[in-house]
Structures are given as C-alpha cells and as structure tokens.
Design a protein around this ligand. Sequence first.
Ligand SMILES: *[C@@H]1O[C@H](CO)[C@@H](O)[C@H](O)[C@H]1NC(C)=O
Ligand SMILES: *[C@@H]1O[C@H](CO)[C@@H](O)[C@H](O)[C@H]1NC(C)=O
Ligand SMILES: *[C@@H]1O[C@H](CO)[C@@H](O)[C@H](O)[C@H]1NC(C)=O
Length: 611
Amino acid sequence: MRSSWYKKLLLVLGPRPPFNWLLLCLVSVLVLVVLWGSSTSFDSVSASVRHDIHSNYRRLNNQAVLDYLELKKLGSNLLRNYDFCGKERENYVPCYNVSANLLAGFKDGEEFDRHCELSQDQEYCLVRPPKDYKIPLTWPSGRDVVWSGNVKLSKDQFLSSGSMTKRLMLLEENQISFRSDDDIVDGVKDYSHQISDMIGLGSDVEFHEAGVRNVLDIGCGFGSFGAHLLSLKLMAICMAAYEPIGSQVQLALERGLPAVIGNFIARQLPFPALSYDMVHCTKCGIFWDDKDGMLLIEVDRVLKPGGYFVLTSGSYRQIRNKRNKGTVLVPLEEYTQKLCWNLVAHQDETFIWQKTTDAHCYISSKQSSFPLCDGEDSMSYYKPLVQCISGTASKRWIPVQNKSSIYFSPTEIAIYGINPDDFSEDMEFWRSALRNYWSLLSPLIFSDHPKRPGDEDPMPPYNMVRNVMDMNARYGGLNTALMEGRKSVWVMNVVPVGVHNSLPVILDQGFAGVLHDWCEPFPTYPRTYDMLHAKGLLSHLDSQKCSMVDLIFEMDRILRPEGWVIISDKIDHIETARSLVTQLRWEARVIDPQNGSDQRLLVCQKPFLRK
Ligand SMILES: *[C@@H]1O[C@H](CO)[C@@H](O)[C@H](O)[C@H]1NC(C)=O
Ligand SMILES: *[C@@H]1O[C@H](CO)[C@@H](O)[C@H](O)[C@H]1NC(C)=O
Ligand SMILES: *[C@@H]1O[C@H](CO)[C@@H](O)[C@H](O)[C@H]1NC(C)=O
C-alpha cells in the first residue's frame, strides 16, 4: 500500500534528490502523528508517539530510497503543466510596472506607486530563480553574508559608497558581506546611541523603557540599522519603494530582516492608525514637506501618541538657522506645528519630533492645526492620502510611555474589540500545535544549533527557516508560539482585507504585520519567504470570489526554492489546492488530523528547479 502510494506521488513529482524527499516524508509523518497526539492527550502518549515516529521514519526512509532508485532508472518527468516565465521576470513584482503606469497616465511620482489594476496577468508562469541562485545561508550568518547571485544589484552598488547604511563590501566573487554591528566604523551603533541620547535615555538598550518597541524604518538602506534594533529586541520593519535594481527591501529580506515594499506617494500605508512607536528616515529620499503636509499627516496617523519621528537629512539643516534669525518658518516646521508635534531634539542632521499624547491638542492648540477626520478609519488599505488627523477618537489612544508590557490583560484585549476568551483560546491552540509538532521539526527546519568547530556542513537542503509569513494571522498566535518556542524566526503577520481587522493587536504585541487583499499580489520580491502558513485562507478567498490559482502562483513567486508551505483548511479546498500545487511541481501531502473534523492539512515543499 504505502509503497505504491509513494510510487504514484513520485511519478507525479518526477525524480527528486532523495534527501529532499525523505525530509518531506518525515515532516508529514511527524505532523500527522503529532496532530493525532494533540487531539487526544498528547502528554500521556508522547513517549510512545516518539517511539513510533522513529520506527516509522526508518521504515519510510528505507522505502523511499528504494522507490527513488527505481524511479531514477525510468528517468521520468511526466507532468509539466506550467512553464517558467521569461528571464526578465526573475525579480518580478506585480503591480509595480512603471512603463504601464506611465502609459495609463500616472505622473508626478504616482507612476512608482502600486497599481494592481494594471497588472492583470495574461498567462500563468513560474518565476524562475536567477542562474546563480543559491539557498541563503542560515541565520544569523545569512544576516551578514548573502549570495550576490540572489539579489539584483548594479556594479556601482558593490563599491563602498559614502552613505552609512548602503556601504557594502564585496567579499568574494559570489558573496556580499555587511559590516557587523560590532564594527564601530560602521556607525550604526553610534547612530542608535545618538538617537537614544537625544530622546533622553542613557543608552539604546533603554528604548523599551521609553515605550519604543516597534519601529517603521523608511528607506532602510540595506537594513543594518534595523538589524541593530532587532538585536536590541525591537521589531524594526523596513519599508521602501519598489526598486527594480538594488532594492533595499529585497536585500533586507535576503538578510532575514523584516521588510515590505511601501510608498509615501499618494496612498496610505497598509497599517491602521496608531501602529508604531517610532518612524525613522535616514536620507530616505522623501520630500516630507511635499503634498501640503499630507506625507507627514500619514506619519502622524501611523504613530502612536507619544511616538517619535526621527529624520536624518542634510537637506533640512536650514530649519533652525532660519528660525533663530526670526525668518518665516520653512514648511516642514510649519507642518510639524500644525500636527502638534514637539521637536524634542536636533543634533547635526538628525531631528526628532514627538507626537502629542493629548488628543485635545489639535483642537485646543492656539496654532491652527490640521482638522480631525470624521469617524474612525479601521481599514486603511491603500486609501488616498488625507489632509486630516486620524485616531484621536480611538480607544487605542494610549501614550507609548504608558504601556508597560507587550502582554495583555483581559481589559486591554477588550479595547481591540476581541473577546478575551477567544484570544486566550487562540493562543492556547497555537501553543499546543507548536509544542507538539514544531519541537519535533526544529532540528530539521530551524538551525537553532550553531555549528561546532569540526562539524561538517549540514546536508542540503540545510533547511533553515527565518522569514515566515502567516497569511491569515488572526491574533498572531503562530508568531507568539514561535517566539515562546525560541525559534529564531520573524513572522510577517498578514491580516486579509474582509476579516476582523486584528492587525492592531498583532502590532501591539511587537510583531510585524500588514493588511493585505489576497486577491492581489503581495508587495514583496520573489523568493523572499522561507515558509508560508495559511489557516482558513482558502475558505476566506472562496467567500471573496478570488482565484485560488492566482493565489498559489503568488505563493510560488514569493517562496524561495526548497521553502515550505503549510495550508490548513476544509477538505474540498485542500483537495483542489493539492491538485494545483502538484502541477506547479511542489511536493505535497494531505494530512488528516483524524479528529472527526473536515479540516485537513496540506504540507508542501517548493522544489529548486532551474528549468
Ligand atoms: C510592463 O508594461 C509594459 C507596457 O504595458 C509591458 O510591455 C511589459 O511587458 C510589462 N512588464 C512586465 C514585467 O510585466
Ligand atoms: C499615562 O501615564 C501618566 C503618568 O503615569 C498618567 O498621568 C496618564 O493618565 C496616563 N495616561 C493614560 C491614557 O493612561
Ligand atoms: C481538528 O484539527 C484541526 C487541525 O489541527 C483543527 O483546526 C480543528 O479545530 C480540529 N477539530 C476538532 C473538532 O478538534
């Protein structure tokens, strides 16, 4: 029975490197066994489960090797429904086609904005990896050294430039190295100290005490500042415009740092109001006094009360001088006053403003300030920029300095419109799911154990997971469980448009997250995630009348070769998805949790194909 099942699947999949395949078998069995374990009483059976796993694994192991050798003789590659896209799409990001946008009449910078309506794809094809693509190094080595064949950079960008964050070094022919945080010359540490000093802290390890836990880093260079903040246990998410070459977002993600494509042009960012403790821009190329202050109003919108806007830029040096001479205020300063921001410090080229903690400031202020927006905007999904202040009427108007912990009390949860019992049940569900199967997977998927001197390199695929996307994150329970399990991952928590907007509760736990409409492509580069997780997303998409084929192709685009996918949904959706993903040549297996429900799990791995 088992042997013929594998033969069938192997025939469909074509010959694969045996290790790869064995890994999938192992994972599938583990998940199956453990889910079964969790639905009964895991603790009491755990010892025998573990025993079974080992003997099952050995049996499967042997069987799969036999099957593989047999198939190799046949040399079959029977199914080949979808082809690769052309080479020009190796770094393809849908929705950002500047020439198409210009043709459609977008101008004044809006041609660089996201326009998905112009990106309706004609045909389905698989985005191929570049010729020299290599599986990224494991975290944390991958933070400091990336394969140059994996990212698109111009020759000039390899050379050391004057810019602090963009200084790269070409190590060898095929690697790019980033100066480490400990390198004083790099200046990132000094800079971070300077900022903490300017907001009145003894050192940057005290950011937490000042209520700064998450930072939106706009135009992050290649992520070194963010990498430093992460090392201080802050969540720093890099956001930069789409760049066809030398993309900051692509490089940051390749290094295993949180990043997403986003623009300050004409639309709001995909975050709710009152989301960040700090917004940071070092020479990020945005003219903040443009658009009648609407770009700064957008910063104000996403900032929490008492949060900071840090701007380092040579071009605003004149602000103080002019004021001291009593001349007319330059627009930037005029706008920050209309926003009720307080300039807390100014040193060299760095300015730090603090958003007011007083929601009445806008009305009571003697200066004429911007008007308040009508009503609450809960879902800001790329809406046009506005010229009014948001968030003042929100229950979440809580100064950052007042929030003592990222853990919630039941009354705090109620602020988010979430039932506290729901919330704790969700957390418990993920805790047990992960305790039961992730711990068994971790030696394989997570390279938590540093290589000791004399150890051999792990066998490919040394399948580390660093960049995880939870495509339907709900309250961020998977993220919480991964953190509690001390996995060295970060999770992009996506809250789909059309479900309860739980993004505030995700961001307020210090996690990364965005709103996204899964009927559209996700704003990231190809091959940027190691693992995609989607619970209930297929059912949700079905209710939105969106194409599952589009979604699966998009998942294939953003998943790196040998990356993992875990889909959990109703049986009929899972069956449809399974037949689809095998046509994309993913290795896939359906798992029945055998708890009497119609839920199934689909565990997949994307193969590393070049042709
Ligand atoms: C961008 O749009 C132009 C004009 O519509 C089209 O010719 C081109 O193929 C598009 N590029 C991509 C990568 O889709
Ligand atoms: C924040 O803390 C300050 C001082 O501890 C207190 O006076 C203020 O009422 C608090 N604000 C809120 C909204 O909890
Ligand atoms: C059965 O297991 C699935 C997958 O873990 C889960 O989503 C579902 O809630 C469980 N159903 C029952 C009735 O326990």
